[in-house]
Design a protein around this ligand. Structure first.
Ligand SMILES: NC(=O)c1ccc[n+]([C@@H]2O[C@H](COP(=O)([O-])OP(=O)(O)OC[C@H]3O[C@@H](n4cnc5c(N)ncnc54)[C@H](O)[C@@H]3O)[C@@H](O)[C@H]2O)c1
Length: 250
């Protein structure tokens, strides 16, 4: 039985490994979905597939989430085609493996723009519309790297992921009084294109270090997002939800 009937969901990073499955899951639960990504072809194909599978209304919106102008255009498109947003999933991001001593100022700035400034821009742009509704959920895909540090993953990447946690805790205090929630999902290494930057040996190590002996799957993350987006999770606010097979165990 769909639990998100009548809700509007915006998913950034929708063309990515997790984003595609998250969009599919939310549309399957009855939400109208705006699939947002820089990868125009990826979201166009995704929306064809979503419309084929689900009755929900789905649109693709090409957007660079690190650009305020692009985010403004995306917001106007979503609001004119689907209405005010109820569920925002901040999933867009990228990973760069680089040793700390080789990290350049340009690397640092780009990472902070794409992975962090984007979350501020998109959330701030969609929040006024969300506040016109009676239902609000902001779910940001952080990472274990933000909780326990990530040397292989690049200190600049881990820094953005740690900042997602502080951003979300602050937002949760701001929007909690409205009955809205803000939460993070913190995935373990997950089997998407993003994991392609690791060698086979590194992937094997990630598998053996995990209590469950495997990487995460996009479906694991989508299930957590769908729960946090649902009415059942209405009292779960400022939660940093590890989806990590028990790796962190905190
Ligand atoms: N895969 C993992 O192991 C893993 C682990 C922890 C956290 N995460 C996080 O999960 C989220 C989703 O990752 P994924 O595994 O699906 O990665 P992915 O590389 O498959 O997808 C990321 C998507 O973000 C989009 N994107 C990048 N820059 C953008 C921009 N400026 N504007 C709009 N879209 C942009 C890309 O086009 C891509 O479709 C990311 O935030 C990532 O940091 C991933």
């Amino acid at each position: 039985m769909p639990t998100l009937d009548g809700k509007v969901a915006v998913v950034t990073g929708a063309a990515g490994g997790m984003g595609r499955v998250i969009c599919d899951r939310l549309a399957g639960l009855g939400a109208s979905v705006a699939a947002v990504d820089l990868n125009e072809e990826g979201i166009t194909d995704l929306v064809v597939e979503l419309r084929r599978k689900h009755a929900a209304k789905c649109i693709s919106v090409t957007c660079d989430v690190s650009s305020s102008e692009s985010v403004k255009r995306m917001t106007a498109t979503v609001e004119s085609k689907l209405g005010h947003t109820n569920i925002l999933v901040n999933g867009a991001g990228y990973l760069q493996l680089v040793n700390f001593l080789d990290l350049t100022e340009e690397d640092w700035d780009k990472m902070l723009d794409v992975n962090l400034k984007s979350v501020f821009l998109v959330t701030q742009a969609l929040l006024p519309g969300m506040m016109e509704t009676k239902y609000g959920r902001v779910i940001t895909i952080s990472s274990l790297a933000g909780k326990v540090g990530g040397i292989i993953a690049g200190i600049h990447y881990a820094t953005t992921k740690g900042a997602h946690l502080a951003f979300t805790k602050s937002l949760a205090r701001l929007i909690g009084p409205l009955g809205f929630t803000a939460n993070c999902v913190c995935p373990y290494m997950t089997d998407t294109d993003m994991a392609d930057v690791y060698t086979d040996e590194q992937i094997e190590a990630f598998e053996t270090q995990n209590p469950m002996g495997r990487l995460g799957k996009a479906e694991d993350m989508a299930a957590a997002v769908a729960f946090l987006a649902s009415p059942e999770a209405s009292f779960i606010n400022a939660e940093m939800m590890d989806v990590d097979g028990g790796y962190t165990a905190d």
